[in-house]
Design a protein around this ligand. Structure first.
Ligand code: MIC
Ligand code: SF4
Length: 644
């Protein structure tokens, strides 16, 4: 049978299930990646499994998020990560080496592999033809232990790229156009597979901008073919032996098609507060900005920085703008230094911060009160910059550079000779330097794992009772993000290893009483709207509510990774059978759910709203396996009982 790329890779890794869209399948994982804010819980969970050495082909732990050392917490976590990696056969990419996604596809990924990462932007690896998915830390811990990874067989949507982009238009505009069409929830249950004559004109690093931001549509992943452009990239990375050709079979089928004429695209921006709120940059020319951030795993290519530098060459950042620059990897930083590109940016007023995530998730460089920030990152949720009083716009590096000069959001074609950007290409040779990647010990038995005082044991849920008589602790609207539940700025990200502490801030920004209310209620339930839990993979958005006694979430629809995280931690995710029933719930309503175990197993459950005297049918969109995990009280208890 003629196969697309996605189906080829899944077929080669399939352990169980049928490759029918919507059916549960399990696959073998070749590579895993974690980073410092999701890694600590993942390795704490891995340690409980009692396995000496990871069973994957390659597992890498990256230190890239919590780079601000304002007290002992982050450096302590980093020492824990370094020692636990050394003991258990995991490679460790030290602070300063770059962002996990960027480094992983530069140095480790290859076409045709499966990669599971405890970060929602893991699909970045699809740029080199890997099947790369984001997941919670517990799922990654299990994959490192050699357990299968479970997922719903996705629909494969073929995005056909035609023609060539105009000067001043870039890969970021392709993915913003996708977001405009597909929205932040349009990708759930889908893989976007890119083909068409336009693909040949897009470099690997630009492809990575597109696969990276597929996460913003909620997609399982995005993938490009492995072609001659990919091969050239592997040659430059000194890894030609890792390259294989991986193309869709001629005439293969897809579950849907999207066509994009690249020559018709214009420079775009996503306006506050969602990445799908997209318009042409020229429509925002009256928007005055205070900050520009050039960086993040989305736009970490050599040409991104070189084009920005070319636009800014000889000019100066607008007096009212703070221009912040963070290269995505050390390798890239070295090349930009060597070629004088950093010099041009600094001369134009850049504030260089170390290579890593930095401002992208509010770890430093927060905008001012009511500040307006234009970023080449991927998310502009309210609060993402560090606090709620800022407006975040997202754009390409070209728009960002032009805007840094003018002080207003600017279409680069209005202020620079963009045809000269055509001459800027990736370097002929890359600088390769892996010395900040530490290999694990041959024999890990004698390696001591060092834990600082901020690292507290991970709380484990109790088995699910058969009857729940509980109150509603919160009613939320549509598109609640994991940033709303457990924000990612410097203060909170330093608490990721300490659940009792981080749970004090759960929902704290949008609902400061949530923690105390949950404590007072004991057990409770949250009501959600559409796309509940979208955004990052952070499992703290499931663990913290679990720790506060939240037993179930009933929503209109739910994001894939967050739903998995809830299951993993024994919190029951349910969906309204009739979305208008959402209106029947208010805070503090008393609910009764009886015979839950049988109801979950039969996939039919009724929630009685005692306060409103109404019975509400809910959809149990869970597999038999997931039901048993929830009843057991979460994945760790389930695995332990299976092994017993
Ligand atoms: C993000 O971009 O939101 C993060 C911070 O990288 C997260 C990871 C986390 O919060 O643990 C992600 O994308 O999953
Ligand atoms: Fe880091 Fe931002 Fe990428 Fe998340 S999206 S991995 S915070 S650079």
């Amino acid at each position: 049978m003629k196969q697309n790329i996605t189906r080829k890779i899944i077929a080669q890794h399939l352990l169980s299930g049928e490759m029918v869209a919507g059916e549960e399948i399990s696959i073998r994982i070749d590579h895993t990646l974690t980073h410092d804010v999701t890694g600590t819980p993942a390795y704490l969970a891995f340690e409980t499994l009692g396995i000496a050495k990871v069973k994957t082909e390659r597992s890498v732990s990256y230190i890239d998020h919590n780079m601000l050392y304002t007290d002992n917490k982050n450096p302590d976590d980093h020492i824990y990560l370094q020692t636990v990696a050394k003991k258990h056969g995991i490679y460790l990419s030290k602070a300063g080496n770059g962002i996990c996604h960027t480094v992983h596809f530069e140095r480790f990924s290859r076409p045709g592999i499966t990669l599971l990462g405890s970060d929602s932007h893991t699909p970045t690896g699809g740029a080199v033809g890997a099947f790369a998915m984001g997941a919670g830390g517990l799922d990654v811990a299990l994959a490192m232990a050699g357990e299968p990874t479970w997922l719903k067989m996705p629909q494969v949507i073929n995005v056909r790229l035609h023609g060539k982009m105009q000067p001043g238009v870039s890969a970021k505009d392709v993915i913003l156009e996708m977001l405009r069409r597909e929205t932040v929830k349009g990708g759930v249950g889908k893989v976007y597979e890119y083909t068409g004559d336009g693909v040949a004109h897009i470099s690997i690093r630009d492809r990575s901008t597109i696969t990276n931001m597929g996460a913003e549509m909620g997609a399982t992943t995005s993938i490009f073919p492995s072609d001659e452009v990919t091969r050239e990239f592997f040659i430059k990375e000194n890894r030609e032996q890792d390259w294989i050709s991986l193309l869709p079979d001629e005439g293969c089928e897809y579950d849907g098609y999207i066509d994009i004429d690249l020559s018709k695209l214009e420079p775009l921006v996503a306006m506050p507060d969602m990445p799908d709120n997209v318009t042409e940059a020229r429509n925002c020319r009256d928007v005055k900005i205070n900050q520009v951030f050039l960086g993040s795993c989305t736009n970490a290519s050599y040409t991104d920085f070189a084009k920005a530098a070319a636009i800014m060459d000889g000019k100066m950042t607008h007096p009212d703008v703070s221009f912040v620059v963070a290269p995505g990897s050390r390798q890239l930083y070295l090349m930009l230094l060597q070629d004088g590109i950093i010099g041009k940016l600094v001369s134009a007023g850049a504030r260089m911060i170390e290579c890593g995530c930095g401002a992208c998730c509010g770890i430093g460089q927060a905008p001012s009160t009511d500040g307006v920030s234009l970023r080449t990152a991927n998310r502009n949720f309210k609060g993402r910059g560090g606090h709620l009083n800022a407006k975040l716009y997202i754009s390409s590096p070209e728009v960002a550079a032009a805007s840094a000069i003018t002080g207003y959001i600017t279409d680069p074609r209005d202020m620079a000779d963009v045809t000269m950007l055509e001459t800027i290409v990736e370097p002929k040779n890359y600088i390769i330097d892996d010395r900040l990647i530490l290999s694990p010990a041959e024999q890990g038995d004698n390696v001591e794992v060092i834990r600082g005082p901020n690292i507290k044991p991970m709380p484990i849920n109790q088995p699910l009772p058969d009857t729940l008589s509980i109150k509603v602790s919160a009613v939320r609207g549509d598109n609640i993000t994991t940033d709303d539940i457990t924000p990612a700025n410097a203060q909170f990200s330093a608490l990721r290893s300490n659940i009792p502490e981080i749970s004090k801030y759960c929902y704290g920004r949008i609902d400061p009483e949530f923690h105390d209310r949950c404590k007072a209620l004991g057990n409770s339930i949250i009501i959600g709207g559409e796309n509940y839990g979208q955004g990052s993979s952070r499992e703290h958005a499931a663990i913290a509510p679990m720790y506060l006694g939240v037993k179930a979430i009933i929503a209109k629809s739910m994001a894939r990774i967050h739903k998995n995280n809830l299951v993993n931690h024994g919190v029951t995710p349910l969906l309204f059978a009739n979305p208008t029933d959402y209106d029947a719930f208010d805070m503090f309503d008393e609910l009764l759910i009886e015979n839950i175990h049988a109801g979950l197993r039969q996939k039919s459950l009724v929630v009685r709203n005692v306060t409103k005297n109404r019975d509400i049918p809910v959809v149990v969109d869970l597999t038999d396996r997931e039901v048993e995990i929830i009843i057991a009280g979460g994945q760790l208890r389930y695995v332990a009982s299976k092994n017993a």
